[in-house]
Design a protein around this ligand. Structure first.
Ligand code: THG
Length: 265
């Protein structure tokens, strides 16, 4: 299970402010805390720094890698910002993200190749956001063969079914879950990933929904999450659910985490 820490995201007010002030200490502290809490990769996003995204991404990647020894997930709608972040990144980065949209595909694919990065492939194309399982499969049928043909190893590909808010349509949870199962069946060696907190957008007590959805995703074969690792309940449930799903031999990880006080009921 791969845990990507989501907190360095400029859609969060405190992070947007830290970026505006170039508060290196705040960003570094947020990176350290997420790694201590169990994140394997740290997402860095500065989508709201319009006009100076390349500069900001360079600063974010450099600042975070000064204090933690994990790879980063470079998250931006701007290919220029992705390239700027990748140019200063140490180790194997993860790119967030490529899609089957014609322009995005052409801009991002050369970066994946050049930097031998892991790649998150969103199940969307020029037809827009997916609604159903079939929409997602149809797009995955362009993404996966396209990436393989371009020489990207299966093990570096992370399909994201795109989680949409349950508050908008009560089918959005099951459509995404069924899509994960279908993607895993069709492409067993390709990974699946999702941002958990999208599901709860606009609903009360969001963490409850995020936590429940994480467990349900895991039973469908999801093997990576973009999440808030500082939610201790979520991280505890993740360990418990992995043990129950047969993904933790002899429950060794669960027991070790409990003994170390990293998870609590
Ligand atoms: N898939 C991929 N990448 C993604 C997502 C995804 N990146 C962005 C997002 N979804 C996951 N990351 C976050 C980061 C922070 C928050 C949610 C998702 C967050 N949001 C609060 C909110 O929306 O209310 C902001 C509150 C605040 O201001 O603090 O915290 O699905 N590939």
């Amino acid at each position: 299970m791969l845990v990507v820490g989501e907190l360095i995201n400029s859609s969060r007010k405190a992070v947007a402010q830290a970026i505006a002030e170039r508060n290196t200490e705040y960003i570094q502290d947020l990176a350290r805390k997420q790694v201590e809490a169990g994140a394997h990769i740290i997402d860095v996003n500065c989508g709201t720094s319009i006009g100076e995204e390349e500069k900001v991404m360079t600063w974010l990647v450099t600042s975070v890698q000064e204090v933690v020894d994990v790879p980063l997930c470079i998250d931006s709608p701007s290919a220029g910002a992705l390239a700027a972040g990748l140019a200063v990144h140490k180790g194997q980065a993860m790119i967030n993200s490529i899609t089957a949209e014609k322009d995005r595909w052409q801009e991002v694919l050369p970066l994946v190749q050049k930097y031998k990065a892991k790649i998150i492939a969103l199940c969307m194309d020029d037809g827009g956001m997916p609604e159903t399982v079939e929409d997602r499969l149809r797009v995955a049928d362009k993404l996966v063969p396209g990436l393989l043909e371009a020489g990207i190893p299966e093990d570096d590909i992370y399909l994201d079914p795109l989680i949409k808010p349950l508050g908008v349509n009560s089918r959005y949870g099951v459509e995404a879950l069924d899509a994960v199962a279908a993607l895993k069946e069709k492409y067993p060696k390709v990974h699946t990933i999702c941002g958990l907190s999208n599901v709860s957008y606009g609903l009360p007590e969001r963490r409850l929904l995020n936590r429940a959805f994480m467990v349900m995703c895991l039973t469908k074969g999801m093997d990576a999450f973009i999440l808030d690792p500082l939610d201790g309940q979520l991280m505890g449930l993740l360990k418990a659910a992995m043990a129950l799903a047969g993904q933790d031999e002899y429950c060794l990880e669960y027991i070790a985490a409990a003994r170390a006080g990293r998870i609590k009921a």
